[in-house]
Design a protein around this ligand. Structure first.
Ligand code: C2E
Ligand code: MG
Ligand code: MG
Length: 697
């Protein structure tokens, strides 16, 4: 019976003497465990590898106890491969004395492997091999508990790819999968630790940084991630480009539970995407309010079209050579019943995400065509087309219908399209272009210079015009800017390809003159006119030819942004509210205190736990120039922040006011004698005025 059990390989038997040396071992297992040498006469323990985990009881321990044990799992190694065994044993007593063990063991390697595989599968993303959402959430939970116990921080980064969906839609899912794999590899290379990078699903990734709170370092990593993810990919011979946006939240400042931290990192990510994509953001408390405002705006947006709250305004596009208006751009406005005029910059992205853009876009198109049909025949009207509208198969038919029902000549309609509609050559983009061109309308490439501006797009797409973005125009007048050379190149290319160029957002004469010298044919900007309502527009064109004289400041000002922001400074035991007038990485100008000697040390409270030590370097009446001991770092949003923060509990315990809205010196903590101490500095007499201005801000 025993031998049958051994022979069919179900298991094997063994016995040892009182010292633990093997006296019997089933022949079948002898080679697997003992090799050529066999097992007889050797120490039973030595046939197996030492146990891995400290917590488990080791085999030698069980053997020295001389008691029964069952199903103890051990490993052995044979020719480089690991085998797993389940070992059970019964002590043999001879006249009351321990004489050795009699036991059996079983090779459980294959069960063990499949269990490992399925647990690997359950915890990993099959496509990229990264850990999955489930494992990441367990890991984060555990890491946060450990960090909290040690009083150390932990950062969470959420990463989302920009325009991944378009790759998926145009090149197919297999290409999308291949792209995700490459993205995962690049991410791991930047982060360094594969175990801390997860793919949550779709094009969403999450990374954790236990022990890290330095926003300078985290901002640097986020920048690297974005740069690396934005490098071109080669997929089945197709070249494609995507981008990435990153949101960061850091415990304990931005939440101590994993759920709150992840939600806040998500809000930061959302803000990064809203900020033009391809950027990173740190979570700040304002984002919670912004998310709520947005939700309310989206609710209102649902009925805005029905309630007739939209208007179309028209901004003249002027020929720079003779100041003649040659066309206009239709710009949608939302006249909200309570909030007043809301900029399209705010509501178009919401409309795009909530699928309301199709209705709004159609309304603008029909309205603009209908109004333009009544203007003099030489005036063209440009209408902005969202990538969401452009991607819709029915879009060319809609344009045809708007033209037919308004009677507008197709050549007078110009559709403004942004670069984001094409990521790769071929696919549906070309068909859509063909269909639209077939209607006889003009196409303009809008916002050139903001995205992945590639001259390659221009070579292959049938554009009639390139619109140079205002940020590009603005940058061109800055010293040492390469934008001029690029604009000159765009212009030469446009001429060669028989396209017009329009410079957008021209406000001052230095910009205007530069654009003229670079041979840009048309200018659209406040130097000529803002967007105006149709009635006013019709009055202006009544006279037939409409000429506008340029009018604006001589130079565009690049000075430091002046600001009015309430902050606080701490000196001795006192907290003083002051107004921040300007801020740079190395220092700040504050207003509100008088009698502050040069050399005074202040702890500056920039809000949300951002404290930084500074020294007064200049002091004039109620203004002091401060130099920071530690420079600030970029917050990813064009602003600055401190590298690390102090969480609110110790601040409150130290008597720091919960916000900077205290209206005079505030004593922190209590002196031992219980008496209040005198503040060292006075508040400026016009301080209230400055505060008032900061509140109006
Ligand atoms: P855009 O198509 O690049 O339009 C030009 C924007 O620049 C307009 O902002 C215009 O008012 C502004 N602008 C023109 N000249 C100057 C200047 O000299 N200085 C400054 N600071 N700004 C100037 P607006 O009307 O707020 O529109 C913003 C964006 O919203 C547009 O950028 C466009 O992308 C989008 N948008 C507007 N209307 C529509 C629409 O009907 N459909 C879609 N899909 N998007 C629209
Ligand atoms: Mg436009
Ligand atoms: Mg534009």
């Amino acid at each position: 019976m025993c031998y049958a059990f051994e022979d069919i390989g179900l298991g094997c038997f063994w016995s040892t003497d009182a010292t633990g040396r093997v006296t019997y071992f089933s022949p079948a297992a002898q080679t697997a465990l003992g090799g050529e040498q066999g097992c007889i006469g050797r120490s039973f323990n030595e046939l197996f590898l030492p146990s891995e985990g400290e917590s488990e009881r080791s085999l030698p321990f069980l053997m020295t106890r001389m008691r029964r044990f069952e199903g103890h799992v051990v490993r052995s190694e044979r020719a480089g491969s690991i085998l797993w065994w389940s070992v059970s044993a019964e002590p043999v007593m001879v006249r009351g004395a321990f004489a050795g063990f009699l036991g059996h063991c079983e090779d459980i390697t294959s069960e063990r492997r499949s269990a490992e595989e399925s647990s690997h599968l359950a915890m990993h993303d099959a496509l990229t091999g990264l850990i999955n959402r489930r494992r990441m959430s367990q890991l984060l939970e555990r890491t946060l508990t450990n960090c909290a116990a040690q009083g150390s921080p932990c950062a969470v980064m959420m990463i989302d790819l920009d325009r991944f969906k378009q790759v998926n839609d145009t090149l197919g899912h297999a290409a999308g999968d291949a792209l995700l794999k490459q993205v995962a590899e690049r991410l791991v290379r930047v982060v360094g630790n594969k175990e801390h990078v997860a793919r949550l699903g779709g094009d969403e990734f999450q990374v954790i940084f236990p022990g890290e709170e330095d926003r300078g370092i985290l901002g640097g990593i986020a920048t690297d991630i974005i740069a690396v993810a934005s490098q071109p990919y080669s997929i089945d011979g197709n070249r494609c480009i995507i981008g990435a946006s990153v949101g960061v939240a850091i415990s304990p400042f931005d939440g101590d539970g994993s759920e709150e931290l992840v939600r806040n990192a998500d809000l930061a990510l959302y803000a990064a995407k809203g900020g033009g994509r391809g950027g990173f953001r740190f979570f700040i408390k304002d984002l919670l309010k912004a998310a709520e405002d947005r939700r309310l705006l989206e609710e209102d947006l649902r009925d805005a079209l029905e309630r007739g709250e939209f208007e179309v305004h028209y901004q003249p596009v002027v020929r720079a050579a003779d100041n003649r208006v040659v066309g206009v751009e239709a710009l949608v406005r939302w006249n909200h019943p309570e909030k007043g005029m809301i900029s399209p910059v705010r509501f178009i992205p919401i409309a795009e995400e909530s699928n309301l853009i199709k209705g709004i876009g159609e309304w603008v198109l029909r309205r603009a065509c209908a109004e333009a049909a009544g203007w003099p025949g030489h005036l063209r009207v440009a209408v902005n087309v969202s990538p969401v509208q452009f991607a819709d198969e029915g879009f060319p038919a809609l344009v045809a219908n708007a033209l037919a029902s308004s009677g507008l000549e197709p050549a007078r309609l110009e559709l403004e399209i942004t670069e984001s509609v094409f990521l790769q050559e071929g696919g549906t983009t070309n068909e859509r272009f063909k269909a639209l061109k077939g209607l006889g309308v003009r196409l303009a490439l809008d916002d050139f210079g903001t995205g992945y501006s590639s001259l390659g797009y221009l070579k292959n797409a049938p554009f009639d015009k390139i619109k140079i973005d205002q940020s590009f125009v603005r940058g061109a007048t800055e010293a040492g800017s390469r934008n001029r050379a690029i604009i000159a190149a765009i212009d030469a290319l446009a001429k060669a390809l028989d396209m017009e160029t329009t410079a957008e957002g021209v406000e001052s004469f230095d910009q205007f003159d530069l654009m003229k010298s670079l041979d840009v044919t048309q200018v659209q900007g406040f130097i000529y006119s803002e967007a105006i309502a149709n009635e006013q527009f019709e009055r202006e064109i009544d006279s037939g030819v409409w000429v506008i004289e340029p009018n604006g400041p001589a130079l565009q000002r690049h000075d430091r942004q002046a600001m009015f922001r309430r902050i606080g400074v701490i000196h001795d035991e006192h907290y003083y509210p002051v107004v921040l007038r300007n801020l740079s990485a190395s220092g700040a100008l504050i207003e509100g205190l008088v009698g502050v000697p040069v050399g005074t040390k202040f702890v500056v409270d920039l809000g949300e736990g951002q404290l930084t030590v500074s020294t007064v370097r200049r002091s004039r009446k109620s203004q002091q120039g401060l130099e920071f001991e530690q420079t600030l770092v970029a917050d990813g949003n064009g602003g600055l922040c401190t590298r690390s923060r102090v969480s609110s509990y110790p601040l409150a315990a130290a008597g720091l006011p919960a916000n900077t809205r205290v209206d005079g010196p505030h004593q922190m903590g209590r002196r031992e004698d219980g008496k209040a101490s005198m503040p060292a500095f006075g508040m400026a007499s016009d301080w209230n005025g400055a505060m008032k201005r900061s509140e109006d801000d």
